[in-house]
Structures are given as C-alpha cells and as structure tokens.
Design a protein around this ligand. Structure first.
Ligand SMILES: NC(=O)c1ccc[n+]([C@@H]2O[C@H](COP(=O)([O-])OP(=O)(O)OC[C@H]3O[C@@H](n4cnc5c(N)ncnc54)[C@H](OP(=O)(O)O)[C@@H]3O)[C@@H](O)[C@H]2O)c1
Length: 374
C-alpha cells in the first residue's frame, strides 16, 4: 500500500487529504455510519466538495456531485471511503458517479461492509480508472474504527479514555476526586462523547466523582449518548448526577444477579434501566455486559474509567482504542495508578498510534488503535 501512496501525484495526495478532513466534520452526526468526505477535481481545481453530515442523509459523493454539476464530467472524485454499491437509505454512490461521467476515482479506505462494499470493482468493470485503497489498514481503521470493528465482530467497539498525570496516575488519592487535565481537554472529551452511543464507568468512579457523563461543552450529536454504570451491588445513590436527565440520555446500571432486590427497584424507580448479569472476581462478567449492550443496539462505547474497570477491559482484550490525555503534573505515590495489578497480560504490543499527538491547552492527547490481527 505504501507503493500505491508513493505513486500518487502530490496534488492527488492533497485532494485525498482534503477528503479526509471533510469527512471528520460528520463526527457525532452519522454513527454508526462511517465518516466520509469527497472532493471532485477537474483540471487541477476543486469543483465540488461534500461530507456525510447526517445519519440517513445523502452520502459525501452525492453532495460533492451536486455542487460540481456538469463539471463532474471527466473529473476525478477523491473519496475517503470506497464508494458504496448498494441501495441502503440512499441509492448507490457508484451509480451517481457513473451517471455524472466521472472519469477517475481515488479512494482512501476499502468499505468492509458485506453489502455496501464492492464499489471499486463495480466502477472498474464500468471502465472508470480506480485508484485505491490508498491507505494502509491502520490508517483506514483510524478514521472509522467502530465501523471497521463492527463489520468484523458482533460486539460493540470499546474505546478507553483516561486522563493521566505524567507519573501515570488518574487521581491524587483513592476515594478522591481530582482535576487532572485542563478546560481544553475537557471540551475535547465532550466532543468525543458526541460520537459514541454510550459512555461507561465503574462503580467507584460514580461513587467518588459523581459525574453526569453528558455532552455539555460541545455541540450535541445526533443522539445523546446513553450512560452505562457497572455497579455490582446496586449502590448508586438515587440523587446521583448520573440519574439526572435520564429521559433524554438513558442510564443503564449493570448489577450482579444477586444484587439487593430493593436497590434494583430503587434504581428503576429513579429512572435507570437495571440489567443483572453474572458476577466475576473483579465485579461483573464484561462479556455479558457487552452482550447486553449489543442487544440494546449500542455499537460504540467510550469507557471513562476508573483504573479497575480499565484494567479489566484491557486484560480481557476488549479495548480497541485508547484515548490517553497526558497532563504535565504529578500526583506522587499516593496517587491512583492508571492501571492496576493484573494488567501484565494485556495486549499492549497490539496497540499502535492512530494519529500524531495533539495538544489541548497544556495537555497532550495520544490515541492508539488495536491493530487487526495483532
Ligand atoms: N483521570 C481519569 O481519567 C479518571 C477516570 C475515572 C476515574 N478516575 C478516578 O479513579 C478512581 C476510581 O477508580 P477505581 O479504579 O477505584 O474504580 P472504577 O474502575 O471506577 O470502579 C471499579 C468498580 O467497578 C465495578 N466493576 C464491575 N465490574 C467490574 C469489572 N469487571 N472490573 C472492574 N471493576 C468492575 C466494581 O464495583 P464494586 O466496587 O461495587 O464491586 C469495581 O470495584 C477515582 O479516584 C476517580 O476519581 C479517574
């Protein structure tokens, strides 16, 4: 794949890069559909641009072709994802590209969908020059990790987000709520939340931090993410911040099968959906929790800690992406380590950087993806 990219003219690479940037504008609005961007280029000039902006709405190619009008005839379409070739909520993009007379298609990532894939082959059969996939597997997955994961496995995509001090702690002391990162990083976390179906935390984090886990510091996504709490003994107080706004952003509390009946009823009465699942040494059987999530239609989950839940998820190889915010401060030996004992078996070596590090105020965000087949 490196050769394919190397063989592209610098201008081709720049147009494809523009398609990638456009695609990212759809964050929060299209999941579980993929982010897709498209640029139509004719004689070196951009004559149309588009991105998939709304779930169920027109695809990027269609919007770009609408802007390009007759100028699409003989043009090149640069698309971040292989054009789809099936009738879903909208007609196939392959047909729209053919009808518009596009001469060449350059795309970044293959479409892994059993139904939607095959667009490149169809266009080649129709005599269009097709270049792609230009991106390697890691680069392709990085743009749409949940879409690629759920095409392979009937299991929710799980991303783990933690805010760490430089000495690898997530709080100043156990049982203590601590500010780790600054305001810019916090805004980015809210933006990230808007692109997930649900936000998950462990019971101790709910007890100590009493978080709301809603999207407040960023534009709202297409649907408010649900809130998921792993609370084996059903201890969440009825006046917890998590239970606010439960009608708009439903709350699901996972408990042991033998959690006190009275507390399960209390939580139901406070607006939560309670799901009893089998217990494990550390709390709950995570596979059982994720099975329920899949049945609920949750395809992408952002886990926001704490360290015990993070450790269990990693050890059981259930994390596909890591969002690690690093803050330039230290909590010292009394701080809560980001990962607990028992993390040794986690597949650390399977993770590779997804993007270059990004700065949010004084904090750095590192994103790692678990490589397929690694
Ligand atoms: N900086 C950050 O990014 C960040 C993020 C979140 C939290 N925190 C901090 O982290 C601390 C809390 O973290 P923590 O490690 O003590 O606890 P935690 O991971 O938030 O919660 C652990 C609890 O979750 C329940 N649980 C259910 N199933 C589990 C499983 N399979 N594996 C692990 N836990 C499971 C258990 O509840 P029971 O105890 O009821 O059995 C377990 O004790 C707080 O100080 C909080 O402020 C920091």
């Amino acid at each position: 794949m490196a050769e394919l990219r190397a063989g592209l003219a610098p201008s081709d690479r720049a147009f494809l890069e523009r398609a990638r940037v456009l695609a990212r504008h759809g964050w929060g609005q299209v999941h579980p559909n993929p982010l897709v961007g498209c640029v139509i280029e004719k004689d070196g000039a951009v004559v149309g641009e588009g991105f998939h902006a709304r779930f169920g709405g027109p695809h990027a190619e269609i919007l770009a072709l609408e802007e390009a009008l007759h100028r699409a005839n003989g043009a090149t379409a640069f698309v971040s994802l292989e054009p789809c070739d099936h009738h879903g909520k909208t007609p196939p993009c392959t047909e729209a590209l053919l009808k518009a007379g596009v001469a060449r298609v350059v795309f970044g990532a293959s479409d892994p969908g059993a139904e939607s894939g095959g667009g490149a082959e169809r266009l080649r059969r129709e005599g269009i020059e097709v270049v792609g996939p230009v991106w390697g597997e890691g680069e392709a997955v990085a743009e749409n990790p949940a879409f690629h994961h759920t095409a392979r496995a009937s299991r929710p995509f799980v991303a783990l987000k933690l805010a760490l001090s430089l000495d690898g702690r997530i709080a100043a002391a156990r049982g203590e709520r601590s500010r780790v990162t600054g305001g810019e990083a916090e805004k980015e976390v809210h933006r990230l939340r808007s692109g997930f179906d649900a936000i998950m935390i462990g019971a101790a984090t709910a007890r100590v931090d009493d978080p709301q886990l809603t999207v407040r510091l960023a534009p709202e996504g297409r649907a408010a993410p649900r809130r998921l709490l792993l609370d084996p003994r059903a201890t969440l107080p009825s006046d917890a911040a998590l239970l606010r706004d439960a009608e708009r952003s439903p709350v699901h509390v996972f408990t042991r099968l033998d959690a006190p009946e009275v507390d399960m009823e209390r939580l139901e009465g406070a607006g939560a959906h309670v799901h009893p699942v089998p217990a494990a040494a550390e709390g709950l059987v995570l596979d059982a929790v994720l099975d329920v999530c899949w049945e609920l239609g949750l395809r992408a989950i952002l886990c926001e800690g704490g360290s015990r839940l993070a450790t269990s998820l990693l050890r059981e190889d259930l994390v596909q992406r890591l969002y690690l915010f690093l803050a330039p401060q230290a909590f010292g030996p009394s701080g809560v380590p980001a990962f607990g004992p028992g993390i040794a078996g986690a597949p650390w070596g399977a993770f590779a950087p997804a993007f270059p590090p990004e700065l949010f105020g004084r904090d750095a965000l590192l994103v790692f993806d678990r490589r397929t087949g690694a």
